[in-house]
Write a protein that binds this ligand. Sequence first.
Ligand code: AMP
Length: 466
Amino acid sequence: MENFESLGLCKALNTSLDKIGFKKPTPIQAQAIPLILDGKDLLGSASTGTGKTGAFAIPVIDKIITSDEGCALIVTPTRELAKQVINVVRDLLGPSNSVKACCLIGGEAIGKQLNQLKRKPRIIIGTPGRINDHLEKKSLSLKKATYLVLDETDRMLDMGFGIQIDQILKFMPQERQTLMFSATFPKNIITLSKKYLKNPERITIDTENTLLKNIKHEVINVDNTNKYKTLIDQLEKRDGAVLVFAKTKHSTEKIAKNLKRDGIKADALNGDLRQSKRDKIMRNFRENKIRVLIATDIASRGLDVPHLKHVINYDLPQVAEDYIHRIGRTARAGQSGEAICFVSPNEGHLWLSIDMLMNPDAKHHYAPRKKSSDKPYRGRRKSSGGSSNGKSFGDKPKRKSSGGSSNGKSFGDKPKRKSSGGSSNGKSFGDKPKRKSSGGSSKKTIRSSDAKPKKRFYAAKKKTKK
Ligand code: AMP
């Protein structure tokens, strides 16, 4: 498809698309927009930098603008993603549009959200916990919500939001158009799609191949005690913005602190930070005020920072698919990027899972280094003359895994047990996460800032002989 004009969108949208510089639909947009305009339910597989937000936002906005009736609800797993989506929606609506959008996420003042809701927004974007809070308080009505978008549905289920999605859907009309996007289609997604979608059209964009094509991959075998030194080396030899993934909230803070000590503009992003702080850090990163962002997997989905050049996996993800999401933060919208993996001897099994996912047809080997001749890094002196603390940095060396399958331990963020039932508890608008019920009828709410991904392990396949 050569341009957006052939899609027959309304004039206001064509003007906005022109203004934001979207000339030609991306492949997912070219496939999804006509189907959505046609009123079809959709099950779409696309993630990371493919233009997925526009694929659902453009036709939904077109439908909302060109009718006096109907509202849209867009549900995302994380607050950051919700904010990103509302920015795209506002850009597409344009500044003088009478259609209003609002963002309902945890960690933000409820009063501001109530004021926004009083203005009768017709596009509501949010995370499940806060949407449910408003539904229970009756400050939000979804009776006219004839469009529902579930973005990053696999992530939402991994984070334990399944029950909350069920709860939200009880407040929505039966007659609606539902669009479900998910990076992968495991069994629980298929079950959910059967429950909520009517004869959906299915679209799959080959994200993995795109990533393989546009991203240069590099694997560095490193001992845990040398990871920080290796990070410094990598930062010195690269230009541009870098996103570093570390396994725990604590380690993000520790790495950021050490980088700052060593004169590098860096900051940490994790779910323990207040929302206002998270927003500020993301803003600084987007505006190039910090060069290196060290994050937990909170940043692995959906975040769009177009100038991001490098993704460094300081610690490998627990779940191989998360690797795809992590590296998809670079090489956005057809650009190129670089992904670097630090693989320590005890992460061999994790690397094997990733390698098997990325190169399913290749032979897979992982030979952890037996011995490192590198000395532990002892810190770097600041160029300003400030002394370093002389302590070595790095995660404590861990015992080697026995190889093959995962040892079943948490990779940092502990997953929570899923409740076997119940709906949200109707309690106050507090930001504190509430623990999930382990079953029964009690009703609890999980917050997007604190919900943790479920662990999934990939059984190591038989070793292939060289
Ligand atoms: P997304 O996958 O929705 O996060 O989009 C990834 C990036 O692609 C964002 O920076 C968008 O601004 C950009 N993008 C989306 N659609 C288009 C388009 N049709 N033309 C140019 N850039 C686009």
